[in-house]
Design a binder for this molecule. Structure first.
Ligand code: FAD
Length: 577
């Protein structure tokens, strides 16, 4: 029987059937599954960022037996540190990379359909001033091309005059403003996009094992890599996985992985660092994102509204640092604040307004030209079969991950077939049209969101929490809500006044492969970035919940707290420079 709304009308949403994944969705069970593997697998994928997750999803859906090992949490690397945009990349038009824009806007449309809870349209206001390198007419021509490349299927741009801009963004600098096109791209939650892609892979049998590092690639006949030794980052236990093929999807660690598989591999990457800062939404009060050209170097960056916050980024500087330790410096923060000052001078945003920062390394392909500026380095990806049969993917964008993943699996399948290691016919992966888990039975419309949130409030959950659950989990929000019905203590807020609740910790452990408190606070809930105290006020509650669910002893619980405090210290270290 269908659900009824308060007025008796049929609801637009009906409860999705809870998933019974054939592969584990808890981290402990995933490691157990690795240890219990009796036969060789088709592919070991090293790296659980968006690329590793996307490749696993595509390969598992084609019928391949795959394992993903990730040394930390899923999306620990660049895939939780992006600008969180699913975008065509307007600025690539400036560089005449039209095919890259076309590919990106096509993927944007697909993601909007397959993950409407995670990918949402976002307006971008592009203020153009007298004396700008590109005058308004040229920007508008670019906008028409941008809309055209999306085959006019996405909302089209329109150009606002200065008085309309003032009404929309009162703090925007109007001096010399000639107009501002308002165009549309999409915003996402990069970490959850990665996670749901990985969860979909488990639904098709992939074993996804976070906190497990690939440490040795062992060779068999013909010097081909035939097993991977992995080490549990928490217990130190080692497991040997026999495999037909290996994929290196380690993003900014790609050179380290190549070096582990074969000493003296030539460097592939030219990593650049990108930093974002988070401030209260009320400081700029933006209804749309604003495109800014930095006053120092004319680089494009964005101020992006993000729930009750706004983030500004990104910088783009060459960086040679361990990707695990990359962080914002005070110079980075000041660079971003100068852009804010230039576009919103009356807002007086200062270092004291910065709530959080994040920094990531772009795994860009080195083109051997050190004179090239950081922003000019290609965002395109590279896939190649290297020594021992290892397939490496590097570069690219979050936006195009689905297509890239399909290309990587094609390359891996071809390589396995040519080595006579794969003879079966594979099915189609159908990733262009298949929804991610929270997108099953969910179209993202306001009506459906309201109906689902209403259903959740009927389980005794307050409406702000219900809305938050729907926008975070899509149709799976009901599964989180049911945890509260089963155990009312799971309905408690993690931080007074915020909508994140204890049930999200339980769900992260049982269904979302979380293996540490940092996973929950940084990537499952993003409290580390959104909360004024960087989630420290929730740390004890999260650790206590995980300790009782996972049987941690007090030493482990203390380690977890120390690890999270280290994470926050890294994020806020710029203040002490
Ligand atoms: P990663 O996400 O870094 O994943 C690699 C993983 O490999 C890591 O999790 C790491 O822990 C793991 N690993 C490494 N070594 C091992 C090992 N030995 N064993 C096991 N695991 C290992 N793209 C967009 O489309 N839109 C944007 O708005 C956007 N903004 C960006 C902003 C910034 C600042 C940056 C840096 C990038 C941005 N990008 C954006 C690009 C996009 O984020 C990246 O291309 C993408 O996230 C790369 O994913 P990946 O899986 O290759 O790498």
């Amino acid at each position: 029987m269908g659900h009824r709304g308060p007025d008796g009308s049929a609801l637009l949403w009906s409860a999705a059937v809870p998933y019974e994944s054939p592969a584990p969705t808890s981290r402990a069970a995933a490691f157990q599954a690795l240890k219990s593997l009796e036969h060789e697998v088709d592919l070991v994928i090293v790296g659980g960022g968006i690329n590793g997750a996307g490749i696993a999803r595509d390969a598992a859906r084609r019928g391949l037996k795959v394992v993903v090992v990730e040394q930390n949490d899923l999306a620990f690397g660049t895939s939780s540190r992006s600008s969180k945009l699913i975008h065509g990349g307007l600025r690539y038009l400036e560089q005449y990379r039209v095919h890259l824009v076309f590919e990106s806007v096509t993927e944007r449309q697909r993601l909007l359909k397959c993950a409407p809870h995670l990918v949402a349209p976002l307006g971008f206001l592009f203020p153009v001033y007298e004396g700008d390198k590109q005058p308004l007419a040229m920007i508008r021509a670019g906008m028409w091309l941008y809309d055209g490349l999306a085959l006019f299927q996405h909302e089209r741009h329109r150009t606002l005059d200065p008085s309309e801009c003032k009404a929309l963004v009162p703090q925007l600098d109007l001096t010399g403003l000639t107009g501002a096109p308002l165009y549309w791209d999409c915003a996402t939650d990069d970490a959850r996009l990665t996670l749901e892609t990985a969860i979909d892979a488990t639904l098709h049998g992939a074993i996804i094992c976070p906190w497990t590092k690939a440490i040795t690639f062992e060779r068999g006949a013909g010097q081909r890599i035939r097993s991977v030794v992995v080490k549990c980052a928490q217990s130190g236990e080692e497991v040997r996985i026999k495999t037909r093929g290996v994929i290196n999807a380690t993003g900014p660690w790609a050179d380290d992985t190549l070096e582990t598989s074969r000493k003296d591999s030539p460097p592939l990457l030219r990593p650049t660092k990108g930093v974002h800062i988070v401030i209260d939404r009320a400081r700029l009060n933006l209804p749309h994102a604003v495109v800014c050209r930095h006053p120092d170097d004319s680089r494009v960056l964005f101020a992006i509204p993000w729930g009750d916050r706004t983030y500004v980024g990104t910088s783009d500087t060459d960086e040679q640092v361990d990707p695990s330790e990359v962080r914002a410096s005070r110079a980075d923060v000041r660079y971003l604040l100068r852009a804010v000052e230039s576009y919103f001078p009356s807002a007086n945003v200062s270092e004291d307004d910065v709530i959080a920062t994040w920094a990531g390394l772009r795994p860009l392909i080195s083109e051997g030209d050190s004179a090239q500026s950081e922003s000019e380095v290609s965002r395109e990806h590279k896939i190649f079969v290297g020594d021992g049969g290892m397939v490496t993917v590097a570069g690219g964008k979050l936006t195009t991950y689905r297509k890239m993943a399909a290309e990587v699996v094609d390359a891996a399948v071809q390589e396995l077939k040519s080595s006579a290691l794969l003879t079966i016919e594979l099915s189609a992966s159908e990733t262009e049209t298949s929804p991610l888990p929270g997108g099953v039975g969910f179209d993202g419309s306001e009506g459906q969101r309201g109906a689902l949130a209403y259903e959740i409030t009927k389980l005794g959950i307050e409406s702000d929490i219900a809305t938050h659950l729907v926008s975070t989990y899509g149709s799976r929000a009901i599964e989180v809500a049911r945890l509260v019905k089963k155990d009312p203590s799971a309905g408690a807020r993690l931080i007074e006044g915020r909508p994140e609740i204890v049930a999200q910790v339980d769900f992260a452990i049982q269904q979302e492969l979380a293996g540490s408190a940092t996973d929950v606070l940084c990537r499952r809930t993003q409290l580390s970035l959104r909360d004024h105290q960087n989630g420290l006020g929730a740390l004890d509650a999260v650790v206590a919940r995980m300790q009782s669910a996972l049987g941690w002893n007090s030493e482990r619980a203390n380690e977890e707290k120390a690890r999270y405090r280290h994470e926050v210290a890294l994020q806020t270290a710029w203040r002490n420079e």
